[in-house]
Design a protein around this ligand. Sequence first.
Ligand SMILES: Cc1cc2nc3c(=O)[nH]c(=O)nc-3n(C[C@H](O)[C@H](O)[C@H](O)COP(=O)(O)OP(=O)(O)OC[C@H]3O[C@@H](n4cnc5c(N)ncnc54)[C@H](O)[C@@H]3O)c2cc1C
Length: 430
Amino acid sequence: MMNFTHYQDENAHLDLAGLGSGPFNLSLAALLDSLPELKIRFFDKKPAFGWHPGLMLPGAHMQTSCLKDLVTAVQPTSRWSFLSFLVEKGRFYSFLATEKMVISRSEFVEYMSWVAENLESLQFDSEIREVSFEEGSFVLRSDKEKVKAHNLCLGTGKVPYIPDCARALVGQQCFHASELMSRQPDLRNRKVAIIGGGQTGAEVFLNCLREQWGKADQIQWISRRASFEPLDESPFTNEYFTPDYVSRFLSLPEEKKDTIVEYQKLASDGITPAYLLEIYRELYDRTYLSRSQVNWKLLPDRTLTAMSESSGGFYDLKLTHALSSEDEVLSADIVILCTGFQNILPHYLEPIQSRLNLDEHRRFKLSSCFAVDWDGPDNRRIYAVNAGLHSHGIAEPQLSLTAWRSASIINDLTRREIFSIRQPGSLIGW
Ligand SMILES: Cc1cc2nc3c(=O)[nH]c(=O)nc-3n(C[C@H](O)[C@H](O)[C@H](O)COP(=O)(O)OP(=O)(O)OC[C@H]3O[C@@H](n4cnc5c(N)ncnc54)[C@H](O)[C@@H]3O)c2cc1C
């Protein structure tokens, strides 16, 4: 067990500094709240808690159960559970009457904001610019202060992924969907191209169709996938999102993992089936019943391979068809890139980058407890969350195992079994 009492004469040092207070580090902060003997602080550059605010589209729902909250899976008695939030807000019985297990994203944000507002360990308006390692401690620098810590948890999330061919054209009329709600683009009489056939693409398409940003002249939805494909929410697939499956995945040969993750893609990146039905019914009604004037095109099986600006403020998009290999060109004057997010090595790690043992794709090598492989002393650990898709499997970027992941980190940090994370085997012999 790690002895924390020896930090008493080092008041300036934190036992753990969290970088970022998105859902993953917020969960860590919520579980650490039951260990007041630890000195912890979580820094976030936002002015207050927010969860992908640019993508908070009308009608957006979670893709996971509300019981997969910040704490319940490992500490169901925690004050910071979703059920505790319902009770404190006086909506427990009404909530039960809705018979919902999957809630709106806005309610989940309300829940997480409530946790964030009540935890003392969070510090907003604090962007960490640099992390160095000096005289046996991590030193974090923001514009306001310099903080020393014995351990870190990197939870600064991913960055929007922009396809290479679109990069030079990003601007007022061509932008990543993560900026949609802050931009509130005027789509009236515009030809819109939506690139990406995942949940975000689906939400943007339906909102465009429903004239959220004005009545577009044409809405074109392009997907690389063979069709507009559903999230696989079936019970045996859901077993991928269990600690038991993660521990099996961890034991696989490294060279096999990327292929397996790719094969399992629709278990995490497909479109919620109920949402697909909603879109289909809307198209049916508009086609056969209301005969609405909005003109749309659904274009699956096509990859955006080139893009250029043509005259009159239009973009030419070259699409390559997967089956025929033929190219087609379509034009649009607004392009919304629903192309997801990617992990990058955070810039603030530059001073210690040479001490990190990265893999050939410049990704962290993570222990089963999310500790980054680096050449520092063993009692100075760097944990990283939402950075181990390649090592821990498809559950890693998702909320499903948030509480379990945080508990694994806390047990490793304290060298104690603070939380019981050993699970009975699953129904499947993996
Ligand atoms: C629109 C959307 C919906 C999703 N819905 C679901 C779902 O329903 N179910 C599910 O399981 N998963 C879902 N996911 C996937 C996953 O749960 C989220 O991506 C989740 O936000 C990941 O949490 P995070 O804490 O790792 O990162 P983020 O939420 O991205 O948080 C990172 C935080 O770090 C801060 N930050 C960044 N750099 C710095 C810095 N240098 N210094 C200080 N702070 C910094 C940011 O301000 C941010 O608050 C969704 C993802 C998206 C994009």
